[in-house]
Design a protein around this ligand. Structure first.
Ligand SMILES: [Zn+2]
Ligand SMILES: [Zn+2]
Length: 238
């Protein structure tokens, strides 16, 4: 499989990541990507950037060398009410909005409450991708989430970082296999995300490629293989 894009990455602005925009773009170019997304953690994540950071992104060129760059955020789902840690007026300035559930910033409810909150967030037209729904941070019921992804053209991520042994996320593998099984059943695209926090990891999908194989997942449903398919699925400007 030839990958053209990786849109879930972080730079030093996220506070616990270690490369600059320049280094991330150079790594993307070296790996043959056409499109790189940089999605810093939103303000509720300890050590990440202020909301102001996201207001000033217009100063950064969106074409650097041969690589198109999308600048966005990985916004935190805060609770079962579906609250996020960036205002809609800030999200509207982003090229790309990923929403994720993270240990330090999510107040969990029951499995049903967590699922309903995520489904509610997915119905927003300004939310494009849900990061690592399979990482086990919150208990979730995947079938309604995959149905919501189909209804609202939201992409669910198969996250390489969640599957790394050092992360010690015991449910991640079985959850991601379940997500792949459901996407295959519903004939829906998934997105792979490296979630790189250092430039060496841009477009690193080594942990999840074996899961695609194990699930006998159709390559044409991996949206990272086409920038055009990715943009048109999310209705992004080209
Ligand atoms: Zn995340
Ligand atoms: Zn991330």
């Amino acid at each position: 499989m030839k990958f053209e894009l990786d849109v879930h990455t972080h730079t030093i602005a996220s506070g616990h990541a270690y490369s600059t925009i320049n280094e991330m773009v150079a790594a993307a170019e070296e790996k043959g990507l056409r499109l790189l997304g940089i999605t810093e953690h939103a303000p509720a994540m300890p050590g990440s950037c202020h909301e102001m950071y996201f207001h000033n992104l217009y100063v950064v060129p969106r074409l650097q060398g041969g690589v198109e760059v999308l600048l966005g955020a990985e916004v935190n789902l805060l609770d079962t009410e579906g609250r996020l840690d960036l205002r809609p007026s800030t999200i509207s300035r982003l090229d790309l909005c990923i929403v994720g559930i993270h240990v330090p910033t999510f107040v969990s409810g029951t499995k049903t409450e967590n699922t309903d909150a995520l489904v509610k967030v997915m119905s927003r037209p300004d939310v494009h991708i849900i990061s690592h729904p399979g990482d086990g941070t919150a208990e979730l019921d995947f079938e309604p989430i995959v149905r919501a992804a189909a209804e609202h053209h939201t992409l669910l991520e198969i996250n390489n970082s969640s599957a790394r042994p050092e992360r010690n996320k015991p449910q991640a593998i079985s959850n991601m296999l379940e997500l792949l099984r459901l996407h295959k059943e519903y004939d829906l695209p998934v997105i792979l995300g490296s979630d790189a926090h250092v430039h060496f990891d841009v477009a690193r999908f080594n942990e999840v490629i074996p899961l695609l194989e194990e699930a006998d997942f159709p390559p044409e449903l991996v949206i990272n293989t086409s920038v055009e398919a990715f943009k048109s699925y999310l209705n992004l400007k080209s």
